[in-house]
Design a protein around this ligand. Sequence first.
Ligand code: SAM
Length: 242
Amino acid sequence: MLRTDLSDEVITSRIIEFLEQHPEGYDKDTKEALIKSALWGRRTSSTVSELDEIYNYLHLDQKDNNIYQAFADMITSRFDINRPIYEIGGGQLPTVGKILSLKQNQGTVTIYDPKLLITKTDIPNLKLVRKEFTGNEIVESNALMIGYKPCDATIPIMKYIAKNDLDFMIALCDCAHGFPEIMDEDDINLWYQSCEWPVYSKYAEEERVKESGQEIRRIKRLSMEKYGNYCPVIYNSTETKY
Ligand SMILES: C[S@@+](CC[C@H](N)C(=O)[O-])C[C@H]1O[C@@H](n2cnc3c(N)ncnc32)[C@H](O)[C@@H]1O
């Protein structure tokens, strides 16, 4: 949600200025669309990723009503963050991993995104990798995998966590990227369900459970609706029951 102490004109002009300074990240159509939607954040804390990221980067949104901070809080309240963390699809201006890296007493945060605008950081335990996560990377066995609306990266992450039985938390996005074989993109409910038990179990069974007989951990769901994000957050708990 946008700050109330800044006028519409100030917010719009700061966004335009930012877009002018970063032509490498936004093509003409995207830039025009973002300028048109510049004040969308007056109504909700969750707009489109490019805009949410810019609001956050320019400190245009209210500190106590920020979706990235809310997602980071969901992670810290359910998982130990003092270990290797991988954020996949962190965005052009990643935030969640950065918040977690600043809270860590030990461990590292590695953020993968081919669209990262900046890859330099002063935070020693934060690593910014301008690449796609493919699932062929070697991740530590105690790693925590996270993603806020990772879109096309959702399937590589699901496969990876299922194969390696890693902790994870993903805030799903409202598209069916990566699942064309499963459903029509318009059927949002089916998409969410497919991301939960059936898909996870499919990968877990294919990759791991069949051979070992090991039980699969239960997937749980959280809501970010109060921030205007109607897509569920899913994570795995230590319970196993399916
Ligand atoms: C909807 S955006 C979300 C960005 C950010 N998390 C946010 O919410 O502001 C999805 C991001 O996932 C990235 N992405 C897609 N596939 C990926 C992959 N295989 N590995 C890493 N990042 C990926 C895209 O480049 C894009 O920045």
